[in-house]
Design a protein around this ligand. Structure first.
Ligand code: TYM
Length: 376
């Protein structure tokens, strides 16, 4: 299952192409919809709801129930998520991290954050190991800026925590055949052998808490659905290694400002980066695609279509957490009352306000980043 079945959107950890049908991915990847009793139980145990749950942004899972059972019994578990440091962080990456921070805060569990400088070196032809290692530290600042605390947050930079990671990854790699890697990721003869090995490195932190603590500490991995393939493999090898299978929570992808699919690191105009200065943010948002009509007259008469509008999606996913306010914005878009220019300025103000606070927190994190990074 290489994520690019005939005629369907391609969704792999390295490429998202085509119109993504999230319901179809649940079937194709064999995950479970996050709904009904398991979702209610998550909210109940967390003690509050979250807009990413209410709006179905986190919409799919694997084995969440086993983590919730442990939580209810007071047994340990840990969070694990990550970033491939190929450049600066954009708002799409931030989205699942905000949810991770909420989970950590509600459940008071440890968070393991992997920075795969090895992965991005192997997959990005123009990046050196020095580049990806430098971006790893830059990306770590964004993670820390969201409020993760040093006592319960461990950052793993693959090339720096290599002694431990290598031993865990080796044990996983011994159980993953080339034929599995090729079927899951769609590798061809042109892929370098580091790329083929890499999934064993992304599996390793799923087992790290159990390895370090010498007892069963399963992980819950909240991430966008594009990363699922790695963890299908990790779940398959877990029993053979004597570790619990990791559980997953999947979110949808924050769309591109240019319309269409996932934000793309290869086109900086498609996304807002946490390091973008206000002028650049303004330009990107004002140039954004919208669900508007060709003329003001037509829009007043026919209304706009928020369901295809990245400006509206930014509020839906991140910047308007009040459901009543969001519904009113949607109504005004559809009725033609709210024009795209005015709407863009409204979202711009929300984004700039969030970014100013985040950028300040990000700079403060520079003095503490080393406290989070795991050392041998
Ligand atoms: P990376 O750097 O591509 O993405 C980091 C995290 O952001 C999610 N993501 C998005 N979420 C919403 N909207 C988007 N447009 C968007 N683009 C990316 C990804 O799903 C991911 O959660 N190989 C990984 C790094 C990694 C990792 C992990 C990720 C290592 N271990 C464990 C998740 C969980 C990578 O390159 O992610």
């Amino acid at each position: 299952m290489s994520g690019d079945d005939e005629g369907k959107a391609k969704v792999t950890p390295w490429e998202v192409r085509g119109a993504v049908d999230y319901d179809e991915l649940v079937t194709r990847f064999g995950t479970s919809r996050l709904e009904g009793p398991v979702k209610d139980r998550l909210i109940k145990l967390a003690g509050e709801d979250h807009w990413m749950l209410r709006r179905g942004i986190f919409y799919s899972h694997r084995d969440l129930g086993t983590i919730l059972d442990r939580q209810a019994k007071g047994l340990p578990w840990a969070l694990y998520t990550g970033r491939g440091p190929s450049g600066h962080t954009h708002l799409g990456h931030i989205m699942p991290w905000i949810f991770n921070r909420w989970l950590q805060e509600r459940f008071k569990v440890k968070m393991y954050f992997q920075l795969t400088d090895d992965e991005k070196f192997l997959f990005m032809p123009d990046l050196t190991l020095e580049d990806t290692n430098r971006f790893a530290r830059e990306n770590a600042l964004d993670f820390i800026a969201l409020g993760f605390k040093p006592g319960d947050t461990r950052i793993v930079i693959d090339t720096e925590y290599a002694r431990t990671m290598y031993r865990l990854a080796l044990r996983a790699a011994k159980r993953i055949t080339f034929s599995t890697a090729r079927a899951v990721f769609g590798f061809t003869n042109e892929n370098n052998i580091g790329q083929i090995w890499f999934t064993s490195m992304q599996s390793a932190p799923a087992f790290l808490p159990s390895f370090l603590e010498g007892k069963e500490v399963p992980t819950l991995i909240p991430a966008a659905i594009d990363q699922d393939a790695h963890f299908r493999v990790a779940r398959d090898v877990a029993p053979g290694l004597g570790y619990p299978k990791p559980a997953l929570l999947h979110c949808k992808l924050l769309p591109s400002l240019l319309g269409g699919d996932k934000m793309s690191a290869s086109d900086p105009q498609s996304s807002i980066y946490t390091t973008d200065p206000p002028k650049v943010v303004r330009k990107k948002l004002m140039n954004s695609f919208t669900g508007g009509r060709v003329s003001v007259e037509e829009q007043r008469r026919l209304g706009a279509d928020p369901s295809i509008c990245p400006v509206f999606w930014y509020q839906h996913y991140l910047f308007e957490t009040d459901d009543a306010k969001l519904a009113e914005i949607e109504r005004r878009c559809r009725s033609g009352e709210l024009l795209c220019g005015e709407h863009k300025l409204q979202v711009l103000e929300q984004v700039q306000k969030w970014l100013a606070a985040h950028q300040a927190a990000r700079e403060r994190a520079r003095d503490h980043v080393e406290d989070y990074i795991m050392k041998e």
